[in-house]
Design a protein around this ligand. Sequence first.
Ligand SMILES: C[S@@+](CC[C@H](N)C(=O)[O-])C[C@H]1O[C@@H](n2cnc3c(N)ncnc32)[C@H](O)[C@@H]1O
Length: 404
Amino acid sequence: MTDSSDLFSRFNVLDQLLSQTQNLWQQRPFHWLDLPWRQTHPALCTWLDELSMADLQALKESDSLMSVLHAWIPELSLLHYFSELPTISPQHITLPARIETGVPGRKWQQVCAFAGALTQPHPRPWLEWCAGKGHLGRVLGMMSSQPVVSLEWQKKLCDDGNQMAERDGVAQTFVHGDAFSDSGRALCQSAQSAVALHACGDLHVTLIQAASQAKTQHIAISPCCYHLIQSPRYQPLSQAAQQSMLVLEKADLKLALQETVTAGQHTQRKGALEVSYRLGFDAMQRHALNHDSYMPLPNVQKSLLQEGEAGFADFCRWAVAQKAVAIDLDDYDLAAFLAQGQARAALVAKMELIQQVFRRPLELWLCLDRSCYLEEQGYQVTLSTFCERALTPRNILIEATLIS
Ligand SMILES: C[S@@+](CC[C@H](N)C(=O)[O-])C[C@H]1O[C@@H](n2cnc3c(N)ncnc32)[C@H](O)[C@@H]1O
């Protein structure tokens, strides 16, 4: 488990390394027409130039990607060393079988892992933030025989959660309310353990702020969806992060979340086709409208994505209608633009391969910002993982105990 005295130095090291390597990960691959690192990392570009799509796919799924890239990006070994977190071996929880009924299997495993990973030497009443159906609260209430207040925005989830709590004989009260409201924040009290499993962006940040203001004795969160924030850019919480040179846009915050999903072959083919069509259309609109920047398109129905030139023409007709741009497709050589799209799809895959190794360090930077903030508010904080990433990639646990 990370000692709280390590947190600031760990943050500073990661911050420095991420700042140094910023031009490798803080890019929008769809916006580029060539690798942006020809001057800064020429040897890396030469290596990338040689890779086929099959090579890229294999590297993306390979465990050795980090060590391969280390040859050109030496910062990676320290970045990953400082991004490693200890995994807590969760205490085994024995609960009556009925409590699991109605909970999806993976969710149940996540809840048990989270509950089993908490250190709670002094059991206190629980506050469960953004509770959903309150599975975590129900388990914690049953384990500790302490009352639980579960705050949730959706009425139906509160009703379902209430029924399950009654069924299992847990003293769990659902508050149907808004975590951002004054009355939501007022649920935070001192003699309490406040927990949030996968409360998105601003929601878990609000808990951290409201609970530390209320001097809540114990706070445990597993953050997710860092990009779901109201401000256009990330607002650092801690003084440490406020001094950072990094400015994180929502796209950067999303990068911290993306995972290598090994999709089926059909899905992979459709995905690749869509990328090449989007980029082929982009090449055409840049030419036709004399417009030298990327034109994003909305989500497209997958049934519109048919292979071949006719399929690309259909996609372009759809795109022209969506963006209401004056492009007469008959005036253009669609095959040539499709070929450009395919070449740019390979470029995107290469840039995303490089970004991939920066995702976890970026997520750690965000979690360390939260942890440093809590420490600045008088808490002792530990950072760890409460389960394997295969169970949920959002497996980081921030646990804070108020130093009395
Ligand atoms: C990702 S779910 C997590 C639910 C639960 N903690 C779990 O792990 O199963 C986030 C929950 O936050 C709730 N939520 C969203 N906005 C909210 C708000 N403003 N106030 C309270 N709850 C909110 C959603 O309805 C949803 O149930």
